[in-house]
Design a binder for this molecule. Structure first.
Ligand SMILES: Cc1cc2nc3c(=O)[nH]c(=O)nc-3n(C[C@H](O)[C@H](O)[C@H](O)COP(=O)(O)O)c2cc1C
Length: 195
């Protein structure tokens, strides 16, 4: 699969088959993440591969967040057309994914370094998502679980000198999520040519 196909095929997947993902595939995906560009070439990202009961613990935390967050739920197309019940079910088990990847970076009080770290780790995250797509695997970039960062730090033993960037389930998709139409598909407003 070439990079353009992977970009267009990638979807936020919120239902997974319980089939395990092989360690070799996970390694291939994280190697792609590791080849992302990074500010000052610091390559300061780190990846946690979470499986088993730890996913259930993470799910309990995320489910509580989503129950609160969706109290006045408007299932607009921009939110992936999930009903509140479907979203809560997804949250409680990370969609039944057999693995969850957590992307970390160095924490920093310096705003410039903070931004550089976050942008570099985000590049790694996108590489990860595209590599997973190319292997027929599903992902969903998530920052919602960070609303209870304390719980994540406790469950996964993440020290304060690491910043939690994002989380994604990883597994074989069950069903095909709807395409989320792009705003301004013709890119008339999103591109400004400057001469
Ligand atoms: C920074 C970021 C944070 C996101 N956080 C969540 C999240 O917490 N939970 C979730 O279900 N989806 C989350 N998403 C996924 C978006 O909802 C999804 O990418 C968007 O609806 C477009 O759908 P697509 O990824 O299928 O194109 C996040 C995406 C990004 C880039």
């Amino acid at each position: 699969m070439d990079v353009f196909e992977a970009i267009h095929r990638r979807r936020a997947v919120r239902r997974y088959s319980p089939d395990r993902v092989g360690r070799e595939d996970i390694h291939t995906i994280l190697d792609a993440a590791n080849w992302a560009p990074s500010a000052m070439n610091r390559q300061q990202w780190e990846f946690l591969v979470v499986t088993g009961t730890k996913i259930r613990e993470m799910g309990a935390s995320y489910r509580a967040i989503i129950e609160e967050y969706t109290k006045n739920w408007d299932p607009s197309p921009l939110r992936g057309s999930l009903s509140r019940e479907e979203f809560i079910r997804f949250a409680g088990s990370y969609g039944g994914a057999p693995a969850v990847i957590v992307v970390l970076t160095d924490a920093s009080d310096n705003p410039d370094l903070y931004k550089a770290n976050l942008e570099s780790a985000s590049a790694a995250m996108e590489n990860l998502l595209l590599a997973a797509t190319a292997l027929g695997l599903g992902t969903c970039w998530m920052t919602g679980p960070l609303r209870d960062e304390k719980a994540l730090r406790e469950i996964l033993t993440i020290p304060d000198d690491r910043e939690i960037v994002a989380v994604t389930p990883l597994g074989y998709p069950e069903g095909t999520p709807n395409d989320q139409p792009r705003l301004d598909q013709g890119m008339e407003r999103k591109i400004r040519w400057v001469e």
